[in-house]
Design a protein around this ligand. Structure first.
Ligand code: MSP
Length: 505
């Protein structure tokens, strides 16, 4: 059995956080990728889920007088609801408290133990519960977490360690022979720098904690939450339970994440996989952060209290929401979010560019041709030019998506939309239509506009599934948008309200 599935993952989010714009950013991007590959006829597996063990959840549950299990069951609902509102098309949702995760984690840990890469040692140092991370003295200067600005705990405990130090050279070799392994380039360089400094062995268990998965050979310990969480990427697809399925899906084509968790994905996880002899993911991609007022959008920041994904969806609609975050940011870089920018982009791109092209094309077919898309007739150079541009947009966007340049891929489709609008302004079919003898040319113009709109609807469907399905059916086509739809001539269009109504006020 060989791999036949394109496999994309989001990080599994800490279940006790309130899902915010930052989390939705990663998930929407992965959803776009999954839908894009499905559109191109590829078999896809898209995994997301929640990270539910660890000190952070244990503490949150205790504060509320609940068991950790009751607590995580309560809060997981917020995540599932948001993904539903955002029309996320994940194929699976893994919770690390599920037996299908817990069992295989035990097997993976046993395998890791058996390689001789695990030993009992003692750790004395600092820990930030909110990060669920061990911190060095320099990182947590003054006893404060550099990220959360809250006090770190001082730990002195016996832990099992993973011999990460033994993987320095193998990791460097892997990076050397796989230039696309950690992306973008900035991330690759940063990770390489850290490996070259030399790697230290890392704790992989916690002796004092109860809320976690027991270490299989020593149940006085639970597995450190990060070490266990990373394994979701394989437990969810049949590692240790369904070998055939596992081999069809693994290795992941891309683990997508924010740049703050690259250490775990680009160094720790690959070394663990090397230790047990499993293939490595093809790419780990660290995108930039969404900022609000220059600050990382986070649960504890001021920003998050002000802007919730659900409110934005109510205000702009789910398609415009998805479009904004895919289009307005260069995926590898940090980018600032503001509602004013979102409104301006909505008006310019959706209400004006795309909305106008769609409504006037459909309206003119309705008015001049009784609602039936006319035959192409004689294709003159301006028509050919637009059709060529529409035809080239797909392959060029596909190449950009392959490099995770999502905003540029969508931008290349927008070139077609803008050109089509210019084309209509130059051809002026509304004027030509006054003269009966020009009707064949009007037909040709509207056929061309409708055909390019058809391509646009299919290519934008991964970004705006609802609105583009609606456009598809207004163009007289059936089923979900696809790249190999038949010619439109003869299809019956369906005029309707604006796809993207103007914002009020
Ligand atoms: N549970 C770990 C991940 C384990 S994966 C094996 C975790 N969870 S988290 O809830 O903190 O989610 C972090 C992820 O949320 C980031 O890596 C990123 O994908 C997303 N983001 C959170 N805030 C973000 C921004 N402000 N901007 C962009 N993405 C952000 O870490």
């Amino acid at each position: 059995m060989t791999k036949d599935t394109w496999y994309v993952t989001t990080p599994i989010y800490y279940v006790n956080d309130v899902p915010h714009l930052g989390h939705a950013y990663t998930t929407v991007a992965c959803d776009f990728l999954a839908r894009w590959h499905r559109l191109h006829g590829r078999r896809v597996h898209f995994l997301t889920g929640t990270d539910e063990h660890g000190a952070k959840n244990a503490k949150a549950a205790e504060e509320r007088g609940l068991t950790p299990r009751e607590w995580v069951d309560q809060v997981v609902v917020h995540w599932k609801q948001l993904w539903e509102r955002l029309e996320i098309s994940h194929d699976d949702y893994i919770r690390t408290t599920e037996p299908r995760h817990i069992g295989p984690v035990g097997r993976f840990m046993t395998a890791l133990h058996e390689t001789g890469d695990v030993y009992l040692g003692s750790y004395e140092g600092l820990y930030c519960v909110r990060c669920e991370e061990f911190k060095t003295d320099t990182e947590a200067e003054g006893g404060v977490c550099p990220i959360h600005k809250t006090p770190v705990e001082t730990l002195a405990e016996d832990n099992y360690f993973f011999r990460l130090s033994a993987y320095t050279d193998r990791l460097l070799d892997h990076y050397e022979s796989n230039p696309g392994f950690a992306q973008p380039e900035r991330t690759r360089n940063e990770v390489l720098g850290r490996i070259r400094q030399g790697l230290r062995d890392i704790p992989i268990s916690r002796p004092t904690l109860k809320w976690g998965i027991p270490v299989p050979w020593d149940d006085k310990h639970v597995i450190y939450v990060w070490i266990e969480a990373l394994q979701n990427y394989i437990t969810a697809i049949g590692y240790g339970t369904d070998d055939e399925r596992f081999k069809r899906i693994w290795p992941a084509d891309v683990h997508m994440m924010g740049k703050e968790i690259i250490w775990h994905h680009a160094i720790v996880w690959p070394a663990m996989l090397m230790s047990v002899g499993l293939p490595l993911p093809k790419t780990v991609f660290a995108h930039g952060w969404l900022l609000a007022g220059g600050e990382k959008i986070a649960k504890s920041g001021r920003s998050i209290a002000q802007i919730s994904p659900l409110e934005l969806i109510d205000q702009f609609g789910v398609d415009a929401y998805r479009y904004h975050f895919l289009r307005a940011t260069s995926f590898g870089d940090d980018s600032n979010f503001s509602i004013e920018d979102m409104g301006a982009r909505y008006t310019a791109d959706l209400a004006n560019d795309l909305g106008n092209l769609a409504s006037r094309t459909v309206a003119m077919v309705d008015r001049y041709f009784g609602g039936v898309v006319p035959e192409p007739g004689e294709v003159q150079p301006p028509e050919q030019d637009l059709l060529d541009r529409a035809g080239a947009a797909g392959p060029s966007a596909d190449a950009l998506v392959g490099q995770y340049r999502i905003n540029e891929a969508i931008g290349s489709v927008w070139e077609v939309i803008r050109h089509a609008n210019r084309y209509l302004v130059e051809r002026e079919p509304w004027k030509l239509a006054r003269d009966e003898s020009s009707l064949p040319l009007v037909g040709s113009v509207l056929n061309t506009a409708a055909e390019s709109l058809k391509t646009v609807a299919a290519l934008l469907c991964p970004a705006m599934p609802g609105a583009m399905s609606e456009l598809w059916s207004r163009l007289g086509l059936e089923g979900p948008p696809r790249l190999d739809a038949p010619p439109l001539a003869g299809a019956r269009v369906r005029p309707g309200d604006p796809l993207f109504p103007r914002l009020e006020g």
